[in-house]
Design a protein. Sequence first.
Length: 633
Amino acid sequence: MPFIEQRTGPRAGFFTEIRGDHFFIGRDVTVDLRIDDGRASRRHCEIFRQGAAWRVRDLGSSNGTMVNGTRAGEQELSDGDEICIGAMVLVYRETPPTGSRRLTPQSAQAPAAEPPRMDTLVAERATLIQPGGKGASERAMADLRSLFAVARACTQARTPEQVLAALGRSLAERLQADRVFVFLGSGDKSVAWSASDGSFAADPDKVPASHTVVERARAENLSVLMTDPGSDPELAAARSIEINRICTALAAPLSSGGRAVGVLYADRLGRAVPFGPEDLELAGAAALLAAGALSGASELARARAEIGRLSGELGAGEMLGQSPAMKEVRRLIAQAGPTDAAVLVTGESGTGKELVARAIHAASRRASEAFEVVNCAALAESLIESELFGHAKGAFTGAAGERVGRFELADGGTLFLDEIGELSAGAQAKLLRVLEQGELSRVGESQVRRVDVRVIAATNRDLEAEVRDKKFRQDLYYRLNVLRIALPPLAERGGDVGLLLDHFLAAAARRLGRPALVLEPEAREKLLAYLWPGNVRELRNLVERLAILSATGRIATEDLPAEVGGGGQGGGASPAAASGGPAAGGARKLDDLVREHILTVLAASGGNKSKAAETLGIDRSTLYARLKEYGQG
């Protein structure tokens, strides 16, 4: 039998006897002679017998096999031929070289060491693999380094994306995988993440992976190893494996609380060497480490869906418009979004200040974190500090337990403070401290808590005048007014009224399950000529009311309320009332018109209070309070 002498490397001077008719060389732990060089492929080349001769054949390696300085595909070997793989020089010998020491093929592997012991269940075999034999220390140490990188990311990451990035980077390289995906959530709440570009796919079914392997791991909450698709009837019939040229794949569940919240998946394409049990163990251990940090994966999917929904709403709702003023608003939102600077949004009631705040949040690095809203005008002065900063148990009468404030709830995300001009002097001072130092104390306690919150404030007041009159702190005003976005009243947006009319008519018809609503030309002219003192909110609520009351699907002039030049008896007054606009006709009380509108919407919603509150654009708690006043609670 011939021999292979190692000319370079840590075993220079050793030789290995070639046993059998095929002798494999490469980086994989299963080969006969293992080479620890990053330029070597897992199975790089083989030396095999052909008749009386011995030949070397490259096995499709990335960097090639050199014989006596020339790249070889396959050729016959002679005594003394040098075979170069990366930086490793091997010499083919027909007799043992003098002065060299013999290594058996087994001892030619990396020095033996106990790998980290970990039980991994391979679902397709339904057997428990408990490796305890000798393994390569290089492999064991590399696996441990990969697991350490994932563990460190889990403890340091603030977002699931950061955990996924560490998981993908570590495993794609360590497993020599062509592709790594992480499938999160389930059903219509699922997303898939790709390690190659760090992107999310909203439709995981279109990801080019073996979904049979993924679903088996998810359903059984067990790791799955596919080494030969043809050996399993279900896998052999899977079109995705054939179409994507998948030759081997593995999947490990991201288990939390006894259920799989996601699945880690990796594969190799073409004619690659199959994954082994040790690869599955590494993937399973990494998935277990990451699962804790990703236990909120379904919330992540929902958050991303909500961000997409809000982005669509902002693009087609109150933010719709081609007027120069609205183009400038969108430009400022795009500039403000990626920063962490405080933003002050100003404008009349009903112009869409909260929607601007949501758009800024969606465009920021905090988009997957919390977005909390506080309406400072809706809270009594005695409660506003507790709402913002929280309180300790017994801090005041009625404080039966401790309360977490909105700042703590928004930690890592964004806090939107609507009607900021309504804050008391004490609350203003505490808010300034949070903005300057990132610290707060709950009402009734001395403990200092740190928070990382971006603040977006809004007001319909003239804060500069409030500062001059000593009603608003000047230092707080400067802190809030780092970036400013002024929303124009609807009356100054020119042709945007027509675009908004068409959008709200179509949206109302969809929500009510009605055919498209038709606005007659004369009625349209009346609406376009109206000044809309309640701004976009008034327009939206009026269209909603007209859609509910329309029996024919056509809206004529006589259907319009009196204040817009129609023949109705205050039909549009309740939208105006909801936005602070004038009462209709002056003949009926504002409260009566609001009551009539609320009860009409509730009736049209079939008594469904949640649906009615959504249609009215108010919180359910506000609706319940109104109905109680009307004796309808």
